[in-house]
Design a protein around this ligand. Structure first.
Ligand code: CA
Length: 351
């Protein structure tokens, strides 16, 4: 598929998703483009967390007050003291195996898999009503980093079952994080699992753990720790040359990198994770106790798009293009936009 066609399809895809979201057409952000099968590892307890035998895949984080935000990033620069109640958080991002069990029990069809009916899109060439999702594709040559269409292709048939398109599958990837997940998909899974999506504050506190909150990375001030990569990100020259120095060119099995100080894995890199907050380019300094974010979204770059927060960055992040894996960095995604680096994890309330 050539770039012109890709651009057309991506634009069309954004229009479709905007229609689904009952928003006017806009195009995609940089983030789209815009316990079942694995062994739970032993976690190191800290004074603020505990592991319950009935929740072997979750950790209890005791309520606390912490500094949320980071002046390094324009949309995270308002530092506020946020107080959270105790909550449980998934140790890992939701995996393909877990999501498959959900789909098997519910017959759920993800946003990226849903057919597009001509009657819903009057006047649109039916040939363009293609089911699929955005997939990172390495460009042939060095490129202008301002134009994400050079490395994001709309791939017909791409979905969580077929991460790189209809010819691909998830065999051997049971323990990888599920991808091509829209916000509603994540929320549906969470409801089925008896959980919910984290608020952005819950996600950030869980990621920061009990380390120095001013550190550049969630694990400290050095990119590598004792010479070892601490997260699945992109090494080399983005987007043309991924040296895979950390061992992974795309997603890594969950838990492949060291846990943070709370015992949570992959809070940095691997896949972006949906949060329940609508995106707004600043934090509300008046909402300080269990903040849930604004009632609607606003992104100055795409003001008409309905966007939710995504956090943590992905296997595509590095200093040249995306610092989303760093402490306090925020992401955002149009709620129906899917790609092969977007997943999620769940939390639940303390009963
Ligand atoms: Ca990597």
């Amino acid at each position: 598929m050539n770039k012109k066609t890709t651009a057309l399809l991506l634009t069309f895809f954004c229009i479709l998703t905007a229609i689904y979201a009952q928003e006017l057409p806009v195009c995609c952000s940089e983030n789209l483009v815009s316990r079942s099968s694995f062994t739970v590892k032993q976690h190191v307890s800290t004074p603020t967390v505990s592991v319950d035998k009935d929740r072997v895949d979750m950790i209890l984080i005791e309520g606390d007050t912490f500094s949320m935000g980071n002046p390094r990033f324009a949309d995270a620069g308002v530092i506020r003291q946020v107080t959270l109640s105790s909550y449980w958080v998934d140790v890992y991002a939701v995996t393909n195996a877990q999501f498959a069990r959900f789909v098997e029990e519910t017959n759920y069809v993800t946003v990226a898999e849903r057919p597009l009916y001509p009657q819903d899109f009057p006047g649109v060439d039916t040939a363009l009503l293609v089911v699929g999702s955005a997939v990172f594709t390495t460009p042939d040559s060095d490129t202008n980093l301002q134009n994400y269409l050079q490395w994001w292709d709309f791939v017909p048939g791409a979905s969580w079952r077929h991460p790189e398109g209809s010819q691909s599958n998830i065999i051997g990837r049971d323990n990888h994080p599920v991808v091509h997940i829209a916000y509603d998909d994540a929320e549906a899974y969470a409801k089925w699992a008896g959980k919910r999506l984290p608020t952005e504050a819950e996600w950030e506190y869980a990621a920061k753990g009990n380390l120095d909150l001013s550190s550049e990375f969630y694990w400290g001030d050095e990119l590598k720790k004792d010479g070892s990569w601490q997260a699945n990100i992109f090494q080399g020259q983005f987007p043309t040359n991924n040296t895979q120095e950390d061992g992974y060119i795309q997603t890594a099995p969950v838990g492949s990198f060291p846990a943070n100080s709370f015992g949570l894995y992959d809070m940095s890199g691997n896949v972006w994770e949906w949060c329940s907050d609508y995106y707004y380019p600043t934090y509300d300094t008046k909402e300080l106790i269990n903040p849930k974010g604004p009632n609607s979204s606003y992104d100055p770059q795409e003001p008409l798009a309905a966007k939710r927060v995504q956090r943590g960055g992905s296997f595509l992040c590095n200093d040249q293009y995306c610092e989303g894996y760093k402490t306090g960095a925020r992401g955002k995604g149009e709620v129906n936009s899917t790609a092969n680096h977007i997943g999620f994890r769940c939390v639940s309330d303390v009963k």
